[in-house]
Design a binder for this molecule. Sequence first.
Ligand SMILES: [Zn+2]
Length: 150
Amino acid sequence: MAITDKIYVKNHQQLASQLETSFPKGAFKGATLDILFQGEGLAKLDEASRERVLDFAEDFLDCDCEANPHCGCAERKFISYLLELREQGMGPDAIVDVMSDDYMLYAYPGDVLSFLDNSVRTLEAVETLADVDGRDDVAEDVQQKRQRLL
Ligand SMILES: [Zn+2]
């Protein structure tokens, strides 16, 4: 399962009751994207929640794909967001705190940790392949990227 399948909406019950409808707890579930982040119900949310929902829509759902918001861009952008937080030196707990402040989302720190570990391992594999291929420039780029995640 991708890390984006393990990102949840905080205060999920409360938001659902404000919207007078139900939607899944997973932030990147199709129905959550439709109902919470792109829905008409925005006006029904309290101000603090509305701001964060709008921030999320602006930062992750702003592509022009025909399939928006189900095109996969949101997931890709969110993964970059997580990696950027890591590059700033944050650990899993701090990353969860920041996503909660920024977008009212949460994840289990253990899941964030596995995601970061997997990202580093993926980069290691790419680095090895680039080495084998004699692509020193690529290997070096990837190595630098990987170092920033450690
Ligand atoms: Zn898109």
